[in-house]
Design a protein around this ligand. Structure first.
Ligand code: C5P
Length: 223
């Protein structure tokens, strides 16, 4: 990813000992995106949805690009492209996410974002295990596959996509398997991650659990 394109590159990194990173990992449609945005707003932190990096590379591969070239030339503007949430791009993202060279290319951007001034929330699959294992707070947000498929199905139908619950469930299960079994940076909870199971939680209850976990470690001057 082009270093000069980092949207926070005009800001100074934290001084030593003052960086604060919240790493939020978990499978698709567990609620980590909504929780991450809410947490970032609550604490006034920057937020990076790292899935968008893989989605943007996947979308470019669907248009005929070479995966590594696409990752090397990725810009922040590419993360705003239309259609990045489609089922086709989701699959393409999971396909490029197994490629070690693509992951290596995207790693430095994520690390720099994580340690920049003001603190940051990053959500993805390998944030607490590979990208920022020293993150001050790690959450692993999950839910059972039926609940996640139901959420994703409703989102897709609302956006006008034609699909069935069964199809979405199969996609969720296949993507989980792929993300958890890949050799490089598989989806996994860090040993010291706080687990939040949203299967039976409302979004506001899940956010409250996340805030309770973060508050324990959040620096005083920021709370
Ligand atoms: O989170 P989201 O569903 O947008 O991610 C799309 C895909 O990108 C995931 O299925 C996964 O394969 C990949 N990904 C990843 N590591 C991350 C974030 C996403 O491998 N940190």
């Amino acid at each position: 990813m082009k270093a000069g394109q980092a949207n926070r590159n005009d800001r100074k990194p934290f001084g030593s000992g003052t960086a604060f990173t919240i790493a939020i990992d978990g499978p698709a449609a567990a609620g980590k995106g909504s929780i991450s945005r809410a947490i970032a707003a609550h604490y006034g932190l920057a937020h990076l949805d790292t899935g968008l990096l893989y989605r943007a590379v996947g979308a470019q591969v669907l248009s005929g690009s070479d995966p590594l070239r696409a990752a090397e030339n990725l810009t922040v503007d590419d993360l705003q492209a239309d259609g990045l949430r489609s089922a086709e791009v989701s699959q393409a993202a999971a396909d490029v996410a197994v490629m070690p060279e693509v992951r290596a290319e995207l790693l430095e951007f994520q690390r720099r974002f994580a340690r920049w001034e003001g603190g940051a929330v990053l959500d993805g699959r390998d944030i607490g295990t590979v990208i920022v294992p020293q993150a001050e707070v790690k959450l692993f947000v999950t839910a059972n596959a039926d609940v996640r498929a139901d959420r994703r199905f409703k989102e897709l139908v609302a956006s006008g996509a034609e699909t069935t619950f069964e199809q979405v469930l199969q996609d969720v299960i296949a993507r989980d398997a792929r993300d958890s079994s890949r050799a490089t940076a598989p989806m996994a909870a860090a040993e010291d991650a706080v687990l939040i199971d949203t299967s039976e939680l409302s979004l506001s209850a899940a956010i409250a659990q996340a805030i309770a976990a973060i508050d324990k470690d959040f620096p005083d001057e920021k709370s």
